[in-house]
Design a protein around this ligand. Structure first.
Ligand code: ADP
Ligand code: MG
Length: 698
């Protein structure tokens, strides 16, 4: 039996248990060993029976004086009663529905019992206490206890798999390996960071001697996970540097011409980001850069600068948006931004066969999908805008230089490879409005270079944000009507009730029905959700943008980057269900013009924590600080990208621990500096490889 043997090989685990373990993602012995307790209970102190008190959890050690089982009250409940004795007195204990205990708890034998004393008719007793057999009352320091008389592990609750079961199995596995499990962490790393050796750490995380040693063990495993991610990211980065990409000089006069044509001045953040990107494009290896900036910070124009620089030097550019609506928005924006240059820009989406291809100087051509594909292959199209359709097999670029990916957190290495069939790899620019906390950027995004636009263009008014209880709803609706009469528009985002898109759509449809028929029967209310046909969605967005609708009710999945300058009110139903970063993004869709804008956070919740979170949004002007706050209050559960990475809980929890993450990075660099191939660390190499498989599955 090795660490990588399947759990089936453990004779004590029958088929039913195998199934339940599989449900938890536990397939191998290693998985089982890395299934850590979610908490502990300290049952280590033994109290004399005479000293126990009502309501205080205790562990007592005693002899069974007598035990009997009976059926009570119309024979529905089976009751087992025992009397326990130690030198100071006696104590009754009862168990429900466990008549088999008669065969285990035999009179005259010694056991440990842990539980909370209850009181009945002035008599203290233990109800359903945990128990464990010991040989003699004075011989409990054998170290062999796992259920009582020590700090006991409590495992995450799972149907059919009790903590007692995990303790039993894990104890046996750990004993089987007899402290001979090889440690994937290099000795020097462990010594530098004062981390427990793996065998000790495994024992201590499952069966800790003290709370402190449990904590030390957790730290070691958290470090291990983060360290693996760091190694992966560094190796990935180095690997990419060895690849070839097309390089492009910075065509300054052309770029200045573009910047001069804009009706505004670039912010400092925009200038700096554009420069970093242009410098990357000069290099002979592929860029891998994330451009991060709030909604409305002006990322599109940065993308246009990069695209212009490549396209003007015969490199083709692919721009990918997550939805058709956004792709179409880019298809309107890019030709406008690049109107002074002789470039041909086309749109390619999934379903339609007739596609508008815009030649510059105002000429719009309706050409077929087939024609577009031909033109791409002949490099007659410089910039191709689209959805995921761009990475389909039949889209073959002649000379793809740069891929720009909007609002998608991870564009995998594999996807990038799909875009090209030549010997060079395209430069990659990802853009996102999701604020990523520093710890997260340092871990799961650390293979990327980061450009930040941290300020919004000047002259934008602060958005007035209010938390609204159910009693305040009507007032807000009246306000919406007032604004509508002034020609302003409103977004209403429906709550994130269920994971299922189907149910979300249902909620939106219902809300739309109510609002359009009741409160706003005098106004025009549109509906947008993920299950509508592309054409319908497009029409609704067009109508909203053109001001033909006063109110747009929409599900939360819809269109992060949409630009409706005339919208001044953002209403978020069930605001407490969203992460702060997401709320921040919703809010960013208003406040894009000279009018005062508003964001109303509807909530039924009265919980203090909820209000504390939502209040953070009221004051927040900086999405990055906000995301760090969210991490603090809510944990990283729904932060950008953590889910798709399937990070283990321990690594997730440590994402708020900056010092741990920095230490892991430092050690990963130190190891790779000496041994880039990890030749001296085969175990580590193996773990990094399996980690790679995990993230490439997405
Ligand atoms: P996002 O970063 O969310 O993609 P956009 O690129 O859509 O933002 O820009 C939002 C709006 O801000 C657009 O209407 C754009 O024309 C405008 N904009 C971009 N940069 C500036 C700037 N430096 N000053 C003023 N307005 C700007
Ligand atoms: Mg955008």
């Amino acid at each position: 039996m090795t660490l990588f043997s399947p759990v089936e090989q453990i004779s004590r685990i029958g088929p039913a248990f195998q199934k339940r373990l599989k449900k938890l993602g536990i397939k191998t012995i290693k998985d089982l060993l890395y299934h850590f307790p979610s908490r502990y209970e300290d049952l280590s102190k033994i109290t004399p029976i005479a000293k126990i008190r009502f309501g205080e959890a205790v562990t007592v050690i005693g002899k069974i004086l007598n035990i009997k089982s009976s059926r009570t009250w119309k024979k529905k409940i089976s009751l087992t009663e025992a009397l326990i004795q130690d030198e100071s007195g006696t104590l009754p204990a009862i168990w429900f529905h466990q008549p088999y205990l008669l065969k285990i708890l035999k009179p005259g034998q010694f056991f440990l019992f842990s539980g909370k004393p209850a009181l009945k008719k002035n008599q203290l007793y233990l109800s359903n206490p945990a128990f464990e057999k010991i040989d003699q009352a004075d011989n409990i320091n054998t170290g062999g206890l796992i259920h009582t008389g020590r700090i006991v592990p409590i495992y995450p609750a799972t149907e059919g798999l009790s903590s007692r079961y995990f303790r039993y199995i894990l104890k046996n596995i750990l004993a089987y390996f007899d402290k001979k499990i090889p440690d994937p962490l290099p000795t020097e790393t462990r010594e530098n960071q004062k981390l427990l050796e793996i065998n000790k750490a495994l024992w201590q995380i499952h069966f800790p001697d003290t709370e402190k040693s449990a904590e030390e063990a957790r730290r070691r495993f958290a470090f291990e996970e983060i360290f693996l991610i760091q190694l992966w990211a560094l190796i990935e980065r180095i690997r990419l540097r060895k690849e070839k990409a097309l390089k492009f000089e910075i065509n300054l006069p052309l770029i200045q011409k573009l910047i001069k044509s804009l009706p505004y001045k670039l912010t400092d953040g925009q200038k700096k980001s554009a420069w970093q990107i242009l410098k990357d494009l000069e290099k002979p290896y592929p860029m891998n850069r994330l451009l991060e900036g709030d909604v409305g910070s002006g990322k599109t124009v940065i993308a246009a600068i990069a695209a212009l620089n490549c396209a003007s030097q015969k490199g083709q550019v692919a721009i990918m948006a997550p939805t058709e609506i956004l792709a179409k928005q880019h298809f309107r924006e890019f030709p406008k931004l690049l109107k002074n240059f002789k470039l041909s820009i086309a749109l390619l989406t999934g379903k339609e066969d007739k596609i508008a291809s815009k030649k510059l100087k105002g000429e719009v051509l309706e050409i077929s999908r087939q024609k577009i594909l031909e033109k791409i292959a002949k490099a007659e199209i410089d910039i191709l805008i689209g959805t995921h359709a761009l990475i389909q097999k039949n889209v073959i670029f002649k000379n793809l230089a740069l891929a720009i990916v909007d609002e998608q957190h991870r564009f995998g290495v594999e996807q990038r490879a799909k875009l090209t069939r030549s010997r060079t790899i395209p430069h990659l620019l990802s853009m996102t409005a999701t604020p990523i906390p520093r710890t997260l950027a340092l871990t799961i995004y650390s293979d990327l270079d980061l450009s930040l636009i941290s300020e919004l263009p000047k002259g934008r008014k602060k958005i007035i944000t209010k938390i609204v209880s159910p009693a305040g709803r009507l007032e807000v609706f009246e306000f919406i009507r007032l604004e509508a009469n002034q020609g302003r528009q409103t977004f209403i985002i429906c709550p994130l009730i269920e994971e299922s898109e189907k149910l979300r759509v249902k909620a939106a449809v219902k809300e739309h029905e109510q609002l359009s028929q009741k409160f706003f029967s005098d106004l025009k209310v549109g509906l947008l959700h993920g299950r509508m046909k592309t054409r319908e969605k497009g029409k609704i967005m067009k109508d909203f943008k053109a001001g033909k609708l006063n109110i747009l009710v929409s599900t939360s999945v819809v269109e992060v980057g949409i630009d409706i300058p005339n919208a001044t009110i953002m209403v978020i139903e069930g605001a407490d269900r969203f992460g702060l970063a997401q709320l921040y993004q919703f809010r960013g869709r208003v406040g894009r013009n000279i009018f005062q804008s508003y964001c109303f956070l509807f909530t039924d919740s009265r919980a203090k924590r909820t209000h504390q979170r939502l209040k953070a949004l009221i004051g927040a002007e900086d999405g990055f600080k906000l995301s760090e706050k969210d991490l603090e209050i809510r944990g990283p559960g729904d932060l950008a990208g953590t889910r798709q990475w399937g990070l283990p809980d321990l690594a997730m929890a440590s994402l708020s621990d900056l010092s741990l993450i920095e230490a892991a990075k430092k050690e990963a660099v130190a190891i790779l500096e000496k041994d880039i191939q990890l030749k001296k660390h085969p175990l580590l190499k193996e773990r990094v490889e399996s980690f790679k498989k995990r993230i490439h599955l997405e």
